[in-house]
Write a protein that binds this ligand. Structure first.
Ligand code: XMP
Length: 326
């Protein structure tokens, strides 16, 4: 990654006005850089790639080709939101690839966390590459690189770049938010009219639910995890915790315990709630969740999600526990 230095004179973008000025400047720069050529973007639906997509759509419209790869490890509703916002509302040139079977077939029986990450990262590049090679006349590759990515590209978090793209692709790069901090990217995203929930969503790892469906992923357990996670997110949203807690999710381990349902023995997996606060993800503290809400979430997950028969709360700060379980 090339090193760019943010000029000391550059004001922190905190208001709609500053965001609008940044957008106008970038739109002009993008047009000057790209001309009438085509630009390709891997659009995950995360904050950074979404904001880059919206900026490029504003600048060059249909000259931008977005590819959204659904690796089958997205949270509930995520790919649908990408299609709704970018395909429909913003009328983008969007290619949607449902690669669920490819990823899950490759991951079948693989229990080792780093191996799972590598498979997901490598397959992502392969799928994206295949899509790119079907397209003609692409000259540029857009990326949602942000300033912390540049500052942190010295190794510590190398494994977090899973889902990044190969360096040998023969495109020139378009990286319009590369000098921005995360909070600025969000302000720019809102100024561009992206939905608040998309712009302020919690961080989600590249390998997605793959690092939360512990051990060897099976489709039924992955489905249970996705449904339980959706309930947790819905309840955090409704109860004002979504904006207060930095990251919150469910992990589902690959063992069952005995339970009872409708008077019969009912074996199921436990759903583990993890809700942490942090500023830099290097250390994290545990957020207090009201007991009444925990009971309600437990009740909903155990009644609504097939295969889950217990709900547990992870009270471990980082260190000693990492944020993710894998
Ligand atoms: P840990 O588990 O290391 O997580 O305490 C710190 C932050 O990084 C995220 N994370 C990942 N992000 N690919 C990513 O893109 C990964 O493989 C990965 N592993 C962890 C995690 O969600 C948390 O925000």
């Amino acid at each position: 990654m090339e090193k760019f230095v943010r000029p000391e004179t550059m004001a922190r973008i905190t208001t709609q006005e500053l965001a609008d000025a940044f957008i106008a400047e970038q739109v002009a720069e993008i047009r000057a850089q790209v001309g009438d050529k085509k630009v390709l973007l891997a659009l995950s639906g995360g904050v950074d790639s979404s904001v880059v997509a919206a900026l490029l759509i504003k600048a060059i419209g249909k000259q931008l080709v977005c590819v959204h790869v659904n690796h089958g490890l997205m949270r509930k509703g995520e790919s649908e939101q990408v299609i709704e916002v970018f395909g429909k509302e913003l009328d983008a040139n969007l290619i949607y690839v449902d690669a669920t079977d490819r990823f899950l077939d490759l991951l079948a029986g693989v229990a080792e966390p780093e191996k799972k990450r590598k498979i997901i990262g490598a397959e992502f590049i392969k799928v994206f590459d295949e899509e790119a090679s079907k397209l003609e006349g692409i000259s540029f590759l857009a990326q949602g690189t942000i300033y912390p990515d540049i500052l942190e590209s010295d190794g510590v978090k190398a494994h977090h770049n899973v889902g990044g793209l190969p360096e040998d692709m023969e495109f020139s790069l378009v990286e319009p938010v590369k000098l921005l901090y995360k909070d600025e990217v969000r302000v720019v995203g809102e100024a561009l009219g992206l939905p608040h929930a998309m712009v302020y969503r919690q961080p989600f790892p590249g390998p997605g639910l793959g690092v939360r469906c512990l051990g060897a992923i099976t489709r039924d357990r992955l489905h249970a995890l996705r449904e339980a996670d959706a309930i947790l997110r819905e309840e955090f949203d409704k109860n004002g915790l979504a904006g207060k807690v930095w990251q919150y999710f469910i992990a589902v381990p690959d063992f069952k315990s005995v339970g009872v349902r409708d008077g019969k023995r009912y074996e199921g997996w436990p759903a583990i709630i993890r809700a942490v606060n942090t500023t830099d993800a290097m250390s994290a503290t545990i957020e207090e969740i009201p007991y009444a809400l925990l009971h309600h979430i437990t009740d909903r997950i155990t009644h609504e999600v097939e295969g889950i028969n217990r709900v547990l709360l992870d009270l471990t700060p980082k260190p000693i526990g990492t944020i993710e379980w894998e």
